[in-house]
Design a binder for this molecule. Structure first.
Ligand SMILES: [Fe+2]
Ligand SMILES: [Fe+2]
Length: 203
């Protein structure tokens, strides 16, 4: 028994240095026990920066979806934008929870990509006729560009959260990812059901 303990102690000591980086990942409650070393790592800083970027983006998307909802021609598309606006408000509050889970304060950082994508949507509203199906066909593509930006971001951040041992944060990011993917598919369905065909019939 004594020998066994001694062997285990020496092997534990030898492995402890190598396992330092894995501590958070193997911890049963990693979100609340993250050590200072991890918080100072380049990857953690990048992760927090990326969260600030998508936090800014989600907030901007809430306003953009309102404009798109007001501009859309069909009730079906208006409803889809309205539903996703409600989901987007949840995405904002989920991100606030993610910040807290990793011991950071929610903060926004301008996301130039989403500013550009939203601007493109506003140009579409200006350049298409009110009440036309062409406007809806174009708005769907603009909205899908937003969704794809979000899908890329949440897909990557959820994976990073898993790698860094932030399991609860990863679950929240994955939940949002799933809603973005469902919205993207719904928009494709709406376009293909009738809007694209009706737009094609317009002068
Ligand atoms: Fe979102
Ligand atoms: Fe979205």
């Amino acid at each position: 028994m004594a020998t066994k303990t001694e062997n285990n102690t020496s092997s534990t000591a030898a492995a402890s240095k190598n396992n330092t980086a894995k501590t958070a990942a193997s911890n049963t409650n990693p979100d609340s026990n993250m050590d200072q070393n991890m918080k100072n790592s380049s990857l953690h800083k990048f992760f927090v920066d990326a969260l600030k970027d998508i936090y800014y983006a989600e907030d901007a998307i809430v306003d953009a979806l309102q404009k798109m909802q007001d501009a859309a021609t069909t009730e079906e598309l208006k409803d889809a934008f309205e539903d996703h606006q409600l989901q987007t408000k949840k995405h904002v509050s989920r991100l606030e929870k993610v910040f807290k889970l990793i011991g950071e304060t929610p903060e926004k950082k301008e996301c130039k990509a989403i500013v550009g994508i939203i601007q493109e949507g506003e140009e579409i509203i200006k350049s298409t006729e009110e009440g036309s199906m062409t406007r809806d066909a174009a708005l769907i593509i603009a909205a899908q560009k937003v969704e794809h930006y979000e899908i890329a971001t949440y897909g990557g951040l959820a994976q990073l959260a898993i790698t860094m041992g932030h399991e609860k944060a990863a679950d929240l990011l994955e939940k949002t990812l799933q809603e973005e993917e469902e919205t993207d598919l719904l928009l494709t369905d709406i376009a293909e059901m009738s809007i694209n065909f009706d737009a094609e019939q317009e002068d």
